[in-house]
Design a protein around this ligand. Structure first.
Ligand SMILES: O=P(O)(O)OC[C@H]1O[C@](O)(CO)[C@@H](O)[C@@H]1O
Length: 178
């Protein structure tokens, strides 16, 4: 069966889906005590990856996936993906917006962070050695396509480095650095 990327951002066909629950974000949030009872079992985001036969770590191989991040907050903080460095730290990745309204948070080795808008039509290149995380600041699911190398891997120590927390306000959002 052919793999298709639908206009709403859904990847269908011979696709593998991985889910991440809100509980995995708990210790990364500004106010983990804001979690409601049972909320840690809710799905925060899921990633659909094209099943192309390439093995993790295979030299020269590429992966193609779409991350779908639910809308909402925990307390006042907008939901995000865990974020990571690549295990092969100097490998880059492409992201492009398919649906929804989000921010791409980048953490550089000098400690600086950048928040860049991501949404339909926006293409972002994430250079190597940069930790990256998606944040959904909209009212609908944020869907973002990605292509990364099979040798890249995920190093979740990257999830601990982020200082920027994006908080919902009446007008939109504000960023707290901690
Ligand atoms: O690995 P995280 O930080 O949970 O993010 C979700 C996904 O986003 C991607 O960068 C692109 O889909 C994948 O590599 C990753 O599995």
């Amino acid at each position: 069966m052919d793999t298709r990327l639908n206009t709403d951002g859904d990847l269908v066909g011979d696709v593998t889906t991985g889910e991440t629950h809100k509980g995995a974000l708990r210790d990364l949030m500004l106010a983990p005590e804001s979690f409601r009872d049972g909320e840690q079992d809710d799905i925060a985001y899921w990633v659909e990856s094209d099943h192309n036969g390439v093995e993790q770590g295979q030299s020269g191989g590429l992966f193609f996936g779409v991350s779908h991040l639910h809308a909402g907050t925990v307390g006042d903080e907008f939901i995000f993906t865990r974020g990571h460095y690549h295990e092969a730290r100097d490998t880059g990745e492409y992201y492009w917006g398919l649906a929804g309204d989000g921010l791409l948070l980048l953490h550089f080795d000098d400690g600086n962070e950048k928040l860049l808008p991501i949404g339909p039509g926006i293409v972002r290149y994430i250079p190597g050695n940069v930790a990256h995380r998606l944040i959904n600041i909209g009212d609908d699911t944020l869907s973002v396509g990605a292509v990364w190398q099979a040798v890249s891997g995920h190093d979740y120590r990257g999830a601990l480095v982020f200082k920027s927390h994006v908080m919902k306000t009446g007008e939109g959002y504000r960023v707290i650095n901690k």
